[in-house]
Design a protein around this ligand. Structure first.
Ligand code: ARG
Ligand code: ZN
Length: 867
């Protein structure tokens, strides 16, 4: 039975302090805990603690061992009789780290001989370690003592400040950590094993000396320098942008290759998936460097937005995640380029979140019920959640938002808060009622915004009429109008911005009813509106622009994001023309405008690369009914070939050579931009002149000074079926044989082969000795890339892709339910497939539903069939 937001009750029992002692071992570890308990006088409930898969060895209340009749451990709950306010409950349990393939709770990363032990508790992993009220509104002071064999586990870490260490008999040793900040148990962490470190001293703006320590296995410790620099940048940035300082004497960061998610913000002991921490010029692409910096920032920023102020319950997850993604996006924008960052983020939102909102898994940013909370670490909670914070920030302006955030942190420090608390603080600091924005948190689905402009020459007024409509989503048939801030500018036909209110050239209008008109006086000529600038609200805009008007925005808009948006709109219209066989008007405007911009010296090469990229196959599928992914792929290729031919093979080849001549291994924005454009040019050229492009790609692959260039060359060869592809793959494999992250890219690039041949390749790669279902990154690289990132490869007309994935999901579910459930979302959107595929996908999902599945996978599969 699902857990509901409406059923929230404060905890009947809380834990003021916990003393935890671990005797660590690979096969078995013992956990001794002392809970200092407090009863809520308003409630009269027995003590009930969460505990899953724990072998109870001893139990005592207030120093007295308990008789078996005084407690019951069943169905993952330990119920104890006779507990009083102020009682101390002691338990000793045994857990089995090496057998833990779910990677939740205490587990082993790497091999038994050389691997290390670590924990992952969010959301509900702590109950796999010891008995505890495993809910985020129980805030507790932790004292943690770790004991282990010194030779096998020389490094012992837990969150908080170090509080002593020493030797024990029999080659064992101990270390103690005390965390002065009360925290929910999902922020508990420990790490034990043979790890190396990088260390740096840091002094916070408010004068605290902090030791920053990054830990990794010996073979990769040298790949942590970039992360250390990024961490320091993130800490400085949070001091300056939000006035937030770090608050412990030591900050540990650990890299692991075995991790279900990206990273985890455990208090004082962040743990990272290696793919978001390790960076090295020979194996890390530019995009990955930026991702490392972003995730380092994200986890660090959680120290305030998540840890000092945490969530009352898991329905409030976006309180910390949406807010922290927003802070991370601001940080990345400041470190790099605001408009390129915005383009990346909106592209991600459209690729990952819009399909979620449009399908059977749709849920509000604050869901109202769940059966397995791990299924709600979604693009909706994270990315759409960030968009909601962005709207609030936009409404308040930079100073007002900062004022509001200061009040939010001040009022809620040390508390488990709600989204209401957040909106109240932001609003009250500014004397503005933000309550209408709460509706965004409770309503699923992407609003459609349609606009219509009318120019009246006689009165020199321009009237913009906006309308909104949100289609129904599962369980929410009727939608309310939401406040939609539309940032806009008006351009005259020569591409100049018109002055609006009080001489400003940009203005925000808020549509908060179903339909509203906005009148702009004193407009001399019929303008072209630039709407939703910077993507000021997460909606789908429909405005009947003429192709020439989009070309004007694409050429002249001062908002880099909206230039790209104009290119996307044009590409969409060009695509629709090709699909429907009705003329080439938009196609010509799109291709010719981009061809015209191609040689413009002032245009940032990275922005040009993005302008030259039409919307993804996933986004195209979103806009169609009776989806045929093979046809979409073919049409998108045709579309790009048309673009390439309007630019011209000669021009593309010249640009490619010029960019190659400028190649370097530098990481600055300009060098990254050139590599991004070079890849895009090569991808276009291969559609016109494959032999020439294959020769370029082969040379690039062989001589590349960076992983970005090497992988780009390889990807072009592999995806276009070049004769040189097999040789290049073999050389890559040999070169990077011992590097897990580089090998992941080798699997992934092959999982992207378009169309029917993909499945045979995936099957062959599964048999590779380096493939394993036990490593989440490897599973994502091969099965995830294929099923979730390669629509024409996954959606075979014969349904073989669906049957294959369903079989793997069942197998994976037995090992790691979280990873299985995430992979299963590949089936999202099956209801909108063309009838033949639809029936085959349905049958595969229904077949899965009949098996005995984890709660994680059962919920995804069940929702998938309901919607
Ligand atoms: N709080 C982490 C982050 O976003 C994500 C951890 C989620 N883990 C999980 N198993 N659901 O930084
Ligand atoms: Zn997070």
């Amino acid at each position: 039975s699902p857990i509901r937001l409406a059923d929230y009750r404060p905890p009947a029992w809380t834990v003021a302090r916990i003393e935890l002692e671990f005797d660590l071992g690979i096969d078995t570890s013992e956990v001794h805990s002392r809970l200092h308990l407090h009863r809520d006088p308003a409630q009269d409930a027995p003590l009930r603690l969460d505990g899953e898969g724990l072998e109870l060895l001893a139990i005592a209340l207030d120093g007295q061992p308990l008789d078996a009749s005084a407690y019951r451990y069943r169905e993952n709950v330990l119920e104890v009789d006779g507990v009083a306010d102020g009682s101390v409950l002691e338990t000793r349990v045994r857990v089995r780290p090496a057998a833990n393939t779910a990677l939740e709770g205490l587990y082993l990363s790497g091999s038994r001989e050389r691997g290390f032990l670590l924990t992952q508790c969010e959301a509900e992993g702590f109950r796999h370690i010891t008995f505890f009220p495993d809910r985020p509104d129980v805030l507790t002071r932790y004292t943690v003592t770790l004991r282990a064999e010194r030779e096998r586990f020389p490094v012992l870490l837990a969150g908080g400040n170090p509080d002593g260490a020493g030797e024990l008999p029999d080659g064992r040793h101990w270390a103690r950590f005390v965390d002065p900040y009360p925290k929910p148990c999902y922020l508990f962490a420990l790490v034990a094993g043979r790890l190396e470190k990088l260390e740096r001293d840091y002094v916070t703006a408010d004068g605290r000396r902090v030791a920053l320590v990054i830990w990794a296995e010996p073979d990769v410790i040298e790949c942590c320098h970039y992360a250390m620099d990024a961490l320091e940048r993130a800490m400085r940035w949070d001091e300056q942008a939000y006035g937030r300082n770090f608050d412990l004497d030591v900050f540990h960061v650990v890299a692991t290759h075995d991790f279900n998610m990206g990273a985890m913000e455990n208090k004082g002991l962040n743990i990272f998936n290696a793919k978001y921490l390790l960076a090295d010029p020979d194996t890390t692409t530019d995009d990955e460097y930026r991702a490392v910096e972003a995730v380092i920032g994200h986890e660090y920023f959680h120290n305030w937005s998540g840890n000092r102020v945490t969530c009352r319950d898991w329905f409030q997850l976006s309180l910390k995640e949406g807010l922290t993604v927003f802070r991370e996006q601001q940080f990345s924008a400041d470190m790099y380029s605001p408009s390129l960052k915005r383009i990346d983020d909106v592209a991600l939102l459209r690729r990952a979140q819009f399909p979620e909102d449009a399908g059977p898994l749709a849920h509000p940013v604050r869901p109202s019920q769940y059966s397995e909370i791990n299924n709600f670490y979604t693009a909706t909670v994270y990315e759409k959640g960030s968009e909601l914070v962005r709207m609030l920030a936009g409404r308040l302006g930079p100073e007002g938002f900062r004022r509001g955030m200061d009040l939010y942190f001040e009022r809620n420090d040390g508390r488990a808060a709600t989204l209401e608390d957040f909106l109240a603080a932001l609003g009250q600091a500014n004397g503005i009622d933000l309550a209408p924005y709460l509706a965004w948190y409770g309503q699923a689905g992407t609003p459609r915004l349609s606009g219509e402009g009318h120019y009246d020459a006689a009165t020199r007024t321009y009237t913009l009429t906006l309308r909104q409509h949100t289609p129904p989503t599962p369980g929410q048939p009727d939608k309310r109008p939401l406040p939609i801030p539309v940032k806009l500018a008006l351009f005259d036909p020569d591409g100049r911005m018109l002055p609006l209110h009080e001489g400003a050239t940009e203005q925000v209008v808020v549509l908060d009813t179903q339909e509203q008109s906005f009148v702009f006086p004193g407009i001399g000529r019929a303008p072209v509106p630039s709407l939703l600038r910077g993507f000021s609200a997460p909606v789908i805009l429909d405005y009947a622009y003429l192709p020439a008007e989009l070309a004007l925005l694409l050429t002249h808009d001062t908002d880099g994001f909206n230039r790209w948006e104009a290119a996307q709109q044009l590409a969409w219209r060009a695509y629709a023309e090709l699909r429907d066989g009705r003329g080439h008007q938009a196609l010509a405007v799109w291709g010719d405008t981009l061809a015209g911009l191609f040689d413009q010296a002032t245009l940032d090469p990275a922005l040009l690369a993005d302008l030259l990229t039409p919307l993804s196959e996933v986004e195209l599928a979103e806009r169609e009914t009776d989806v045929d992914p093979a046809r979409i792929h073919a049409l998108r290729q045709t579309l790009q070939r048309e673009l390439a031919s309007r630019i011209g093979a000669g021009v593309l080849a010249d640009r490619y050579r010029a960019l190659t001549a400028q190649a370097s291994d530098a990481l600055d924005a300009a060098s990254q931009a050139r590599r991004r454009l070079k890849r895009r040019v090569l991808e276009l050229l291969v559609l016109l002149d494959a032999p020439a492009a294959h020769a370029f790609a082969t040379a690039q692959f062989e001589r590349a000074a960076t992983m970005t260039d090497r992988l780009a060359g390889l990807a072009v060869l592999v995806r276009s079926g070049a004769p040189q592809a097999a040789g290049a793959l073999a050389r890559y494999r040999t070169r990077h044989a011992d590097n897990a992250l580089a090998l992941d890219k080798w699997f992934a690039v092959q999982a992207q082969i378009p169309g029917e041949p993909a499945l045979a390749r995936v099957r062959a790669l599964e048999a590779d000795p380096k493939f394993t279902l036990k490593n989440p990154n490897r599973v994502q690289a091969l099965l995830g890339t294929w099923a979730r990132g390669n629509p024409s490869g996954f959606h075979r007309a014969d349904g073989e892709g669906y049957r294959f994935l369903a079989a793997r999901l069942a197998e994976l579910d037995a090992l790691n339910p979280q990873v299985a459930a995430r992979l299963a979302t590949a089936f999202n959107g099956w209801q909108r497939l063309e009838p033949v595929r639809r029936e085959k996908a349905r049958a595969a999902v229904a077949g899965l539903a009949e098996q005995s599945l984890s709660r994680n996978l059962a919920e995804i599969v069940g929702n998938m069939l309901k919607g």
